[in-house]
Every structure is written in C-alpha cells, then in structure tokens.
Design a protein around this ligand. Structure first.
Ligand code: 13P
Length: 246
C-alpha cells in the first residue's frame, strides 16, 4: 500500500480557542469510521490553542502539532515553548524553521537543526521547512539555497520516522502563486537526493483546486497548507485529492 499523504494544516496566528475546537471537531467527524484513508491529517494550531485542539482530536486518527519549539528543554527563555511541553499537550509533530520564523525572528538553519533535535529528544516528529526567496530564484540560486538550508537544518538525529521536510518557496506563501509542477518536480527530486527517505511536503498557496495536481508529482509526499487550512471543508477537499486519479 502506498504511504499515506501527509496533509498538514498550519493555522499560523489565526482564530481563537472556540474556532480551533470547532474546526478540529468538524474534521474529526468527517474522517471518523472511514477505513483506508489515503491521507494523514495533521493540525498545527497557535500555541494557546494546542490543548483545546488536541483535546478535540482525542480518539481521532487526526494528529496535532506545534508551529515552533525552543531548542532547549527548559530554562530562562521567556515566551518560548519547549518541544516536551508540546508533547505534554498531546502533540505528535512540530513545525521548525518556517520561513516566517526565519524572516521575522532571524532564525538560522543551525538553530532550526537544534530545534529539530530538541523535537526528536521529546519524541516529536519535526517538520523542517526550507524555501528560497523570490530574489534568490530570480538570480538562479534556488537550488543552491535549498541545498544549503538542507545541509544545515537537518540534525544528525533525523530519520524517516522522526522528520519530514517541507519545501515552501517563500514567494508562493500566501500569494496565490504556486510553483509550477515542473519547478516542484525539480526541487523535490533535488531534496530527495539529499534527504533520502524523509517524506517531502510542498507548501505555498495549496488549495482544493490545485491539490490533486501537486499531490501526484513524484516525490511529493504531502502538503503544508496555510490559508486554505482555516476552513474545514477546503482542507478536507485538499486531503481528498490524495486519492484522486488512483
Ligand atoms: P499558504 O497556504 O497560505 O500559502 O501558506 C503556506 C504556508 O506557509 C504553510 O506553512
């Protein structure tokens, strides 16, 4: 049987607890009792809503994840959250190195690797994000930027069981512009060559109408979805596209 496509919803900094609970419950009801799903749903709410979301998902096949974690397991780090704390709330996954963290919080690839390592130590699966800027792509540097980010962002503790790579071209995030199928095919093949068996997700303006095409490109093991994951129906439509055309 083909491995399940990973369909990850990154809710970013949106909504309040009641929205999270309602969306998680709606999705849990939608997949309940359905055997042989071709996908694994993973919901990554804002930190304050992780507990309510994980609670709403109790008993469901849908998993919960954090959006970031600190590289240390405890200490004087005001405002930060340790991977073990996410695990404690019922998370299975955590996103690290999202371009919005790299951009707004100046996170480096070496820090991202330390965070992924902390996630592994806490028993979480790290979703390690990489992606080039528009200017880097225009300058013909996309491949070398991604190769460099992969080299420095993947810790030596990473295995195909505890790590996932997410390729999110920065210019495609929240812009409505997706990378072309050819660009995705090319970059995912490059990442496969460097990351071995680690699952590889595509992210950047994924929606119900383009998900089937993207999910059937070789070496695309799933998608990381921002805006379109905020509506249960749209997110589900993306997930259902995993099984289309088989
Ligand atoms: P959008 O799907 O809104 O483009 O966001 C992608 C993303 O950043 C997911 O992590």
């Amino acid at each position: 049987m083909a491995p399940l496509k990973l369909i990850v919803g990154n809710w970013k900094m949106n909504g309040l607890t009641a929205d999270s609970r309602e969306r998680a419950e709606k999705l849990a009801v939608a997949v309940k009792g359905r055997g042989n799903l071709p996908f694994q749903l993973i919901l990554c709410p804002p930190a304050t809503m992780v507990a309510a979301t994980a609670e709403a998902l109790r008993g469901s096949v849908i998993k919960c994840g954090g959006q970031d974690c600190h590289e240390q397991s405890c200490g004087a780090f005001t405002g930060d959250i340790a991977a073990v704390m996410l695990k404690d709330l019922g998370c299975t996954y955590v996103i690290v190195g999202h371009s919005e963290r790299r951009q707004h919080h100046r996170e480096t690839s070496l820090q991202v690797a330390a965070k992924a390592k902390a996630a592994h130590a806490a028993g979480l699966i790290a979703i390690i994000c990489v992606g080039e800027l528009d200017s880097e792509r225009s300058a013909g540097q996309a491949d070398s930027v991604i190769a460099g980010q992969l080299k420095d962002s993947i810790p030596d503790t990473a295995t195909a069981e505890n790590s996932v790579i997410a390729y999110e071209p920065v210019w495609a995030i929240g812009t409505g512009k997706t990378a072309s199928s050819e660009d995705i095919r090319h970059m995912h093949a490059l990442i496969r060559g460097k990351a071995g068996k680690l699952p590889i997700l595509y992210g950047g303006s994924v929606k119900g109408s383009n998900a089937a095409e993207i999910l059937h490109i070789p070496n695309v093991d799933g998608v990381l979805v921002g805006g379109a994951s905020l509506k249960a129906e749209e997110f589900l439509a993306i997930a259902e596209a995993s099984g289309e055309g088989k």
